[in-house]
Design a protein. Structure first.
Length: 299
């Protein structure tokens, strides 16, 4: 059986305390007419009379007294629940859990977090998990993170998202590698045939490369080495490992110094979109989640 709403139950409890529907209405911020309509609706809903109305005021019927007795307990539980939820909301406002793909975690998120702390009115505690894009999506879906940052071709399903930037991938090798002496760009088939130093399955970097090759009907060869961080990929290539396709951000310094060389490519679109993702509506939740998304989108 459906029950009257909490405000109507509080009104009935107020009648028991104050002795009249008018006094109970004032305590609940209602007009006497509005309060009377609520009581009549509750009587219709429950199928029993709740109030006896007389010249000297209003009295609860026997059924009304029973309803008030269990309503009092229900209202107490509702009040306790509201306090607990308020505490959870306050904790969420102060503690921001972020799961970010490696490129974002290593090269972008630290700067964004500095800006967040500098502009936030209240102190915000941030815990960050660096993972791949699939791991960031899984963390948000499982409520282990309130905000995720991912990279890839398509927006993940089941989450709201906002674009916060783009990223370019490049093929790099050491200066003494045979690819460094190429005079013409590598085509898709030549890239597919390479055994690369590669990120693991589920990373946005690998997804973009595989999708680009799939557009030409090609499949990426098995990797020579598989690592779980973009920094690890860079350091492995610097140490003489096989070439790698990585974010330009990851290798900006060794490219500038000449310790790594960019291998030119043709007919491969190796750019990707960076996205913030969260559960819920299209607009990110108010507070540090929304603030950090805005900071990321501003660059």
């Amino acid at each position: 059986m459906p029950l009257p709403d909490l405000r109507t139950l509080a009104l009935l409890v107020g009648v028991a305390r104050h002795g009249s529907i008018g006094a109970a209405a004032r305590a609940e911020g209602l007009s006497q007419q509005g309060a009377s309509e609520r009581v009549r609706a509750a009587e219709t809903l429950l199928g029993v009379p709740l109030l006896w109305r007389g010249a000297r005021g209003s009295e609860l019927t026997a059924a009304g007294q029973v309803v008030v007795e269990w309503s009092t307990r229900l209202l107490d539980v509702a009040a306790e629940t509201e306090v607990a939820l308020a505490s959870l909301r306050d904790d969420q406002q102060r503690h921001l859990r972020v799961a970010a793909s490696m490129t974002v975690a290593e090269h972008l998120l630290p700067r964004w977090l500095v800006r967040l702390r500098a502009t936030s009115r209240e102190a915000v505690e941030v815990s960050m998990t660096a993972t791949n894009s699939a791991g960031a999506v899984a963390a948000v879906l499982a409520h282990r993170a309130s905000l995720g940052f991912v990279e890839g071709v398509e927006a993940p399903r089941g989450l709201a998202w906002a674009e916060v930037g783009t990223d370019e991938l490049v093929l790099v090798c050491t200066p003494d590698h045979a690819l460094a002496r190429r005079r013409t760009p590598l085509g898709p088939a030549e890239v597919a045939a390479l055994s690369l130093t590669s990120r693991e399955a589920g990373s946005g970097t690998r997804e973009v490369l595989e999708e680009a090759l799939a557009g030409h009907g090609l499949t990426l060869s098995p990797p020579a080495v598989e690592l779980t961080t973009s920094t690890g990929i860079r350091e492995a290539v610097l140490a003489g490992s096989a070439p790698a396709v990585v974010s330009r951000r990851t290798v900006a310094v060794p490219l500038a110094s000449g310790d790594l060389v960019e291998v030119p490519l043709r007919d491969l679109a190796l750019s990707r979109t960076l996205r913030a993702v969260w559960l819920g509506r299209r607009t990110p939740p108010a507070g540090p989640v929304r603030d950090l998304v805005a900071i990321a989108a501003a660059g």
